[in-house]
Design a protein around this ligand. Sequence first.
Ligand code: ZN
Length: 291
Amino acid sequence: MRIFDPHIHMTSRTTDDYRAMHAAGVRAVVEPAFWLGQPRTSPDSFADYFDGLLGWEPFRAAQFGIRHHCTIGLNPKEANDPRCAPVIDLLPRYLAKDGVVAVGEIGFDNGTPAEERAFAAQLALAVEHGLPALVHTPHRDKAGGTARSLAVVADSGIDPSYVVLDHLNEVTVDEVAASGCWMGFSIYPDTKMTPDRMVRILQRHGTERMLVNSAADWGHSDPLLTRATGEAMLAAGFGDDDVDRVLWRNPVAFYGQSGRLDLTGGQPGDAPGAAAPAAHFEGNSILRGGS
Ligand SMILES: [Zn+2]
């Protein structure tokens, strides 16, 4: 089973996690820029964080045979802090960089006007740079927040196929499915989505435009829940090809729209006989190969 975790915060994870993820089949990740728990007080500390996502973390991942890309953005929570809002002005410089495959995480936290301004401005930047956008849906009032997020996405004029709404559940999936946006699901150890609930959503909605992630960070989370979801799919009667689509080909297709996904080359630590990457990218074209 080859796995691409499309949303995981490796900065807050250990080398033991990288090792275990590789053993479970994880060969690629996307790490979205997000809130770090401790509030930041100036755009400079964002710049250092973004540099880490583009420099140190891909280097660390490569040592364990895992390809690392990132998304860059001002997260909704810190969009409310006037000291952080000028981060928006730093973004164009970062969005031009090769390792950046989307704008994000953006969206709503409490639903304030400042959040909406930052959200809309960053969707405009995604359009300008030809990048996908990763939209975080709020954990409180998820249904209301998801509906408002879809309205802001529609107003921005971005192609819905360039947008994923993440942290969805049974309540919010229908509306996002109808919008044409991608559907992201974060699988957690003891709250929100579980592997079995995810399987039931896939049984109802199919595997198209579906992304499954662990969203692992510094909170209680588990970077192996992508693998557990693949196993739960197989146990429920899905085939290997369905699992490969959800856990590998879908994230490759979504982030591949950036034209920057690089899954080529020998990856250190790949076990002999491990599946080769299904696709590599030259410009915007996907060259299918392998299985
Ligand atoms: Zn996140």
